[in-house]
Design a protein around this ligand. Structure first.
Ligand SMILES: NC(=O)c1ccc[n+]([C@@H]2O[C@H](COP(=O)([O-])OP(=O)(O)OC[C@H]3O[C@@H](n4cnc5c(N)ncnc54)[C@H](OP(=O)(O)O)[C@@H]3O)[C@@H](O)[C@H]2O)c1
Length: 233
């Protein structure tokens, strides 16, 4: 299996590379030229394609021959970084390739997610502030996901809760809608967010799903398991 990790040098990206190598996959990593050094520890085991992730030519070259593409979707800047990255992957990935994208709970696929007032307020403030300093454009990540959801590719959009560092707790559990009780703890280890994305490459039940995930050992996930209520993941 040959896979491409787009955004390989970031925190999530480095975990994705590690999980993929652990599975014996051949890995191609795309990252900004200035960040190539962050991949020094694995540089002799992966192919690195340096460049902006919304550069269509960079993406075309990197995804050629790949069975799967793992994309860290980040809304940096105000130049359609997210939507440009997603569109390049949708356009250039091999026919039939599994495409797995990361984002946060704030993305909704069908409008049926139920957010707490605290979550909505925090998101509103973060979006306004970020747009003001032209650092982040959350609306562009929304647009990126709209295009993915509309695509007939074999995609999965993994929606991460708040993240923390730490040892793996195993595969996160997931639900279709934020607001479902199993997700209430709103915390996942970053290493396990990556694990879920890599597992999704070979899990056809996740094709055209937008799972919202939470840590397997978080209180809400455990409470749900004790209820005997079925849980995914
Ligand atoms: N952070 C959270 O709490 C949280 C919560 C839920 C979901 N998520 C999702 O998780 C994913 C990544 O989150 P993360 O916190 O773990 O971040 P991360 O892995 O550190 O990813 C950041 C990525 O953005 C790139 N980047 C940074 N500054 C940039 C710039 N100015 N222009 C272009 N690219 C830039 C980084 O590349 P370089 O290595 O080149 O800097 C890296 O690939 C995203 O999809 C996010 O929506 C995050």
């Amino acid at each position: 299996m040959r896979i491409c990790v787009i955004g390989a040098s970031g925190k999530l990206g480095q975990y994705l590379v590690r999980h993929a190598l652990d599975r014996g996959y051949e890995v191609v990593g795309v990252c900004r030229e200035r960040s190539v050094g962050k991949l020094a520890a694995v540089a002799d085991r992966i192919t690195i394609v340096p460049g902006p992730t919304n550069d269509r030519e960079v993406i075309r070259k990197a995804v050629a021959g790949c069975d799967g593409v793992l994309t860290v979707l980040v809304p940096w800047g105000v130049r359609q970084y997210s939507s440009g990255t997603a569109q390049a992957v949708l356009d250039h990935a091999e026919p039939g390739a599994r495409l797995v994208f990361s984002c946060g709970w704030h993305i909704t696929r069908d409008g049926k997610d139920r957010y707490s007032r605290r979550f909505r307020t925090a998101l509103w403030i973060a979006a306004k502030l970020a747009r003001l300093v032209r650092a982040v454009d959350i609306d562009d990540q929304v647009e990126a996901c709209r295009r993915i959801f509309a695509s007939d590719r074999r995609w999965t959009v993994v929606r991460g809760s708040d993240l923390e560092e730490g040892e793996s707790q195993g595969l996160p559990v997931w639900s279709r809608h934020v607001g479902d009780p199993v997700l209430a703890s709103n915390l996942t280890r970053r290493v396990d967010f990556a694990l879920f994305m890599v597992e999704a490459l070979t899990d056809d039940t996740l094709v055209r799903e937008a799972p919202a995930i939470v840590g397997r050992l978080s209180p809400s996930a455990l409470a749900h398991a004790e209820d005997g209520t079925p849980q995914a993941g």
